[in-house]
Design a protein around this ligand. Sequence first.
Ligand code: SAM
Length: 332
Amino acid sequence: MENNETKDNDNRVINYLRISLTDRCNLRCIYCMPQDGIEFIPHENILRYEEIMHIVELAVQKGIRKVRLTGGEPLVRKGFLDFLKQLSDIAGLKEITLTTNGVLLKDLAAGIKACGVKRLNISLDSLKRERFARITGRDVFDQVWEGIQEAERLGFDPIKLNVVAMKGINDDEILDFARLTLTKPYHIRFIEHMPVGEDNGWKANNFISTLEIHNIIESLGKLTPVGGRSLLDGPAQRYILEGAKGEIGLIGALSNHFCGICNRLRLTADGHIRNCLFSDVETDLKSALRNNEGDEKILALLDSAIKNKPLSHNLNKPGLRTCARRMSAIGG
Ligand code: SAM
């Protein structure tokens, strides 16, 4: 057992914190945010950078080793690079990663690299410009693609491209994405569409499982499983096509959920810890911080959130239930 490792009541080591830096985003993906009429969290309720730093320092004492910055869109938050630099100076963090939509990546990628970030996750649901605009609400495919090219040029490795697969929307591009791994070193990760947040637009008709995706890709050639798992690895089942430069990952969040190996906590943009993406039971760290209740109190709250992490999200049981908060506020 590593120093100050914390396990939950089901013996899972919890060492990974995802932080939603902001619930704001410069895209309006159909499965994530409505086109308009969104109620954002008031600015005063968003954690300040120094508050996030403090929470991460305490979380490291509780065994957190990896942090992912996400949102909303983390790159739209002012002062992002200065914050990243400070975060990278926290002793005890082994890895900082980032999930971004790539819109602002081209100009920021070098600064991100200079802060020691080595791996990037970039969302890309279509390789077709017009369809990309329909899915994301913004005609910025070229900008995102340039951001991905710049990240590759700078040597980020791996570059993971997240594709939320949806029947009738982008499933006809599964093979195009898979073929991309033959010529590019990208890890294409097909993610099952999850019903997150009220009014999430999730429909069984649009759902395509990782098993179906696997079968579609095998029409191109054999998918050979790769990779072992380290404790800091993600839940993707990883494969490679013969001769490919990149990989294919399948994330069966619904059909083949990975709760049994889940090592994550999430920090919402307004300072609450969620110990399961789909559970609205949250631990309010912001109030404890702003009421000066002291580090011991915050450590105890973190400890309790870890210990009481739900064993499973129950989403695939009858009477599908989801959570109230949007992915953008929780931190996808
Ligand atoms: N703005 C950044 C981005 O676009 O990558 C980070 C935040 S976004 C919420 C993080 C990831 O969550 C993206 O890859 C997105 O596709 C995924 N995501 C959001 N809503 C989802 C849903 N309902 N089901 C599956 N994945 C979802």
